[in-house]
Design a protein. Structure first.
Length: 161
């Protein structure tokens, strides 16, 4: 199996995992975040599929972080309704972080071995997006694990005493 076929398999598995995680996540922000990442992974899969078919490929400069900000903005009224996550939900985020870290490493490791400049550019772009996905999952994990500290550090709250 070549790098592009392996990447296609990885993206397919990621879509399945993130859909299942969204179905099992009860926190609205966590659910929305998983569903947003599913859309990113579907786009990755489409680009890889087009590459395998020999179609012209336009590599999009997409920021998953912008999409996630939108998800959080849409869910802000429900953010604090349920601020603790179950251990299963937290485990899903830990697994997601590991998947994204491994995905980034795979794309970086294999990019330079690809034949065409387009393939190389795509793998570098996907590595960048996987890094952003990792940051999104990490941030969400820490939010759900300890919302109070998350708000203090990430929103730069001033502690008065």
């Amino acid at each position: 199996m070549n790098a592009i076929e392996t990447a296609t398999k990885m993206e397919t598995e990621a879509i399945k995992f993130y859909r299942e995680a969204a179905d099992r996540t009860s926190h609205p922000a966590g659910k929305g975040m998983f569903l947003s990442i599913v859309e990113d992974e579907k786009r990755h899969l489409q680009m890889l599929s087009d590459l395998l078919k020999g179609l012209d490929l336009k590599i999009q400069d997409v920021s998953p972080l912008k999409n996630i900000r939108t998800v959080f903005e849409e869910k802000k009224d429900h953010m604090m309704e349920r601020i603790s996550a179950s251990e299963d939900e937290l485990e899903a985020f830990r697994v997601a972080m590991e998947m994204e870290r491994e995905g980034k490493e795979f794309y970086i490791k294999n990019a330079d071995s690809l034949a065409s400049e387009t393939e190389k550019k795509l793998f570098h772009a996907l590595a960048k997006e996987e890094e952003e996905h990792y940051k999104v999952f990490s941030n969400t994990y820490h939010f759900l694990k300890d919302s109070g500290n998350w708000f203090m550090w990430n929103e730069h709250s001033i502690v008065e005493g």
